[in-house]
Design a protein around this ligand. Structure first.
Ligand code: GRF
Length: 198
């Protein structure tokens, strides 16, 4: 479908959510088309998998930019513009974005976070959930705004916390839920972008 929303996925590592998004976008009628994968980490495993799926995949190492995060993001932004990207999906992109980049992609960028936001923003969510004695945990997809792990929620999925869970066993259960949730939410976001085109 030629009117599918041109989507970039930004990753830093493993890329299992990227895989789920690539698989979903291969379904007929899926409203987003993944046209580009960007990473700040040249070693990110997801880059090779994207290339194997025929998707342009670029690494822009953040390290040479030192403290100048915006300069790094300007290079990413140029790549996004060059690929005529309309929607950005952050999938395990482990760098906090500057207000400049967030503002530039406002209403056009989504993120997945491994907790039921607004509970447990930030890192190490699974260990913190266990520490707090929660019986329910899960994941959230949200539009990206300036606050870290804030922004309007597109969808959530919950999973039970079991008595013998470790952070790793809980992470694995949440990750399965992420792989179901993210494609649904990407579709929702792409429909929103498509409506705004008109
Ligand atoms: C996921 O748990 C995601 O929610 C978090 O980082 C992890 C990325 O995993 N933001 P992967 O790279 O998609 O496998």
């Amino acid at each position: 479908m030629s009117d599918r929303v041109r989507t970039a996925v930004m990753i830093s590592g493993r890329g299992s959510n990227l895989d789920a998004l690539i698989a979903a976008s291969a379904e007929p009628g899926f409203p987003a088309r993944i046209v580009q994968v960007l990473s700040n980490n040249p070693e990110a495993a997801g880059l090779a998998r994207a290339r194997a799926a025929g998707i342009e995949a670029l690494a822009v190492d953040h390290r040479p930019f030192k403290q100048d995060r915006e300069a790094h993001e300007r290079v990413l932004d140029q790549a996004l513009q060059a690929a005529r990207v309309e929607l950005v999906a952050l999938a395990g992109y482990m760098r906090v974005l500057t207000p400049w980049f967030v503002g530039r992609w406002a209403g056009r960028m989504i993120n997945i976070h491994p907790s039921l936001l607004p509970a447990f923003p930030g890192l190490h969510t699974h260990a913190r959930v266990l520490q707090a004695g929660c019986t329910i945990h899960g994941c959230t997809v949200h539009w990206v705004t300036e606050g870290v792990d804030a922004g309007p929620i597109l969808g959530q999925a919950d999973v039970p916390v079991l008595a013998d869970d470790t952070p790793d066993s809980l992470a694995a259960r949440v990750l399965q839920a992420e792989h179901r949730l993210y494609p649904q939410c990407l579709a929702k976001a792409a429909e929103a972008v498509r409506l705004r085109r008109a």
